[in-house]
Design a protein around this ligand. Structure first.
Ligand code: E4P
Length: 273
């Protein structure tokens, strides 16, 4: 499983790169806003173009950097995607363009602009990361229309199920992969019982038909969810930096370090000069 950093924060991206665990980055307009606000907060001038340039350079040729469009119609998205691709793919040939699977904001609107854009861009050879995927059906459509990556939003499905149950929760709270029951009934979103279950179902469909699109488990909120999507054999997990840092910690590891340090005899320390 590849690990991408789900962040537009260059400091975080550089650290993850230093840890040697990260082969890509996924951004979205909210993550870019967070990074820009942080820079402004520090009184720094923001040059978003050179900032993204540095992200692409940091990740390098063997990685992947997802950049998202902002228009809601296919023509606009394709234009923006071509612009982003022209501008940033030349840096390290690692750019993928994030296109929402659908850009409609309610039920009675046009739903296919995202798919049209994915299809047009894929035919032009521009790699697409289909984003905001909330169902296996959307994932199938994204892959069929040519997306290179398909990003199911695991955490947001957990949020949705919890919200419908009227549950209070914090963003990082664990939600059981096997779902939760209310009055004995397993709660679901049209048959999907958790974000991890969404990823599982997409992988099952893709494997059944040997679909080549790579699944990026996205909207991950805690390390246990990362473990669960890893157990499913997902291709990529895009992980917020704070969760990458959580993944390393265990009290018995801390304790072990203390004990080993206490037990170093002078003869052994002498080896190191
Ligand atoms: C990544 O591609 C997504 O944009 C991101 O994982 C969304 O995460 P969130 O649901 O925590 O905002």
């Amino acid at each position: 499983m590849e690990i991408f950093v789900d962040s537009a924060d260059l400091e975080e991206i550089k650290k993850a790169e230093e840890y040697g665990v990260c082969s890509g980055v996924t951004t979205n307009p909210s993550l870019i806003k967070k990074a820009v606000d942080k820079l402004k907060g520090k009184g720094e001038k923001v040059n978003i173009e050179s900032y993204i340039n540095t992200i692409c350079k940091t990740i390098g040729r063997n990685g992947s950097v997802s950049l998202e469009v902002v228009s809601l119609d296919a023509t606009g998205m394709v234009k923006e995607a071509e612009h982003l691709y022209r501008k940033f793919n030349s840096v390290a040939e690692n750019v993928a363009i994030k296109i929402p699977i659908s850009t409609s904001t309610k039920d009675d609107e046009e739903h296919y602009e995202g798919l049209k854009a994915i299809s047009m861009l894929s035919k032009k050879g521009i790699p697409v990361n289909a984003t905001l995927v909330m169902t296996p059906e959307q994932a199938l459509l994204a892959a069929k229309s040519g997306a290179k990556y398909v990003s199911p939003f695991a955490g947001r499905i957990d949020d949705w199920i919890r919200k419908n149950l009227g549950m209070k929760f914090e963003k990082g709270d664990y939600f059981p992969a096997e779902g939760i029951r209310k009055k004995g009934k397993l709660m679901d979103d049209n048959g999907v019982v958790s974000g991890v279950d969404l990823v599982r179902k997409i992988l099952e469909v893709f494997r059944k038909y040997d679909i080549q699109a790579k699944v990026i488990a996205a909207s991950l909120r805690n390390y246990r969810q990362v473990r669960e999507v890893a157990e499913l054999g997902v291709h990529i997990a895009t992980i917020p930096f704070n969760v990458i840092e959580e993944m390393i910690k265990h009290p018995k590891t801390f304790e072990g370090v203390v004990k080993f340090s206490e037990d170093v005899v002078p003869e052994y320390r002498g080896l190191f000069g």
